[in-house]
Design a protein around this ligand. Structure first.
Ligand SMILES: O=c1[nH]c(=O)c2[nH]c(=O)[nH]c2[nH]1
Length: 295
């Protein structure tokens, strides 16, 4: 037999760690809530082909490292990107590892009633970070998932291609709603991650609100352009946005007028609109994204 082992990677997925910052007894507490996944690649052929584990850093050790780094990495823990960089820098030092990918899903908690130690989980969205480390390169992709936005007008959809299955009626006034999932790749790592995240999120929601839309595709372009305008470190942004359809209900059988007021919010099927907006043609950040990540 001369079969060949192709790409392989392994690690611990979804280490859910909550770190409280409470070093200063007089200061209010802070916390971060991270779901961390570690994926290592390198010289692991013997483990697969011969059952020899001598080079395998256990996934249990990966989990322990995440937990310990939640204390050891100090202030780097405060932002998902810098925490992931600290972990990636550690794992790449293992001699048989030549690639380390760390993904973090960060659930935002907000302080409750200005209380020093009480928080409310903010379920509006999840912040994400993916750090890919090789011996001589670190690439950082930031993101967010499931940021749901809706506007009640300033959205049209008409002039579309028609075939024999086309029944959709054109409209010049409709609800537009989506749950934005986006990932943006940075040039370099010298970035104020928290500030950049807030600016990107603000650019996305601001452009969604302000842009007059002729399709969700058009809105993705506007949102991506606003992000590139606002944050110089972003080289490209990838969107995956379900069109959360709101269909105007026909109330005419009841003699009731419905001027885009009463809608049926359908949950499926949904249009899925995806696009990458790049700073220029030469940008190629594909290796910075986790191919196994289903958005
Ligand atoms: O914004 C939209 N883009 C589409 O491609 C599409 N297709 C469709 O049926 N409705 C919509 N809306």
């Amino acid at each position: 037999m001369s079969y060949v082992l192709g790409h392989n990677q392994y690690g611990k997925a979804e280490v859910h760690v909550v770190r409280v910052f409470r070093d200063d007894p007089k200061a209010p507490h802070d916390l971060v809530d991270y779901n961390v996944s570690v994926s290592l690649s390198g010289d692991f052929e013997d483990a697969h082909i011969h059952g020899d584990q001598s080079k395998v850093l256990t996934t249990d050790a990966c989990k322990n490292t995440v937990n310990s780094f939640a204390k050891e990495a100090g202030d780097a823990v405060r932002e998902p990107e810098s925490f992931a960089v600290a972990l990636a820098d550690h794992f790449i030092e293992v001699p048989q590892v030549n690639g380390a990918r760390i993904t973090v899903e960060a659930v935002p908690w907000t302080r409750s009633h200005d209380n020093a130690h009480a928080f409310v989980k903010n379920g509006d969205y999840v912040r994400t970070a993916t750090v890919t480390r090789t011996a001589d390169d670190t690439s950082v992709v930031s993101g967010l998932k499931d940021l749901t936005v809706l506007k009640t007008t300033d959205s049209e959809f008409h002039g579309f291609y028609q075939d024999k299955y086309t029944t959709l009626q054109p409209t010049n006034d409709r609800i537009m709603a989506t749950a934005v999932t986006a990932q943006w790749a940075h040039d370099g790592t010298d970035v104020d991650w928290g500030k950049a995240f807030d600016e990107v999120k603000d650019a996305i929601t601001g452009a969604f609100a302000a842009a007059y839309s002729y399709a969700l595709q058009h809105t993705l372009w506007e949102m991506g352009s606003a992000v590139l305008d606002a944050v110089p470190s972003v080289a490209e942004i990838r969107f995956s946005c379900p069109n959360k359809h709101h269909f105007v209900v026909d109330l005419s059988p009841f003699g009731v007028e419905n001027n885009c007021e009463v809608h049926h919010a359908a949950d499926r099927p949904y249009g899925l609109i995806e696009a990458t907006i790049k700073r220029n043609e030469d940008v190629d950040k594909s290796s910075a994204y986790d191919p196994g990540q289903a958005w």
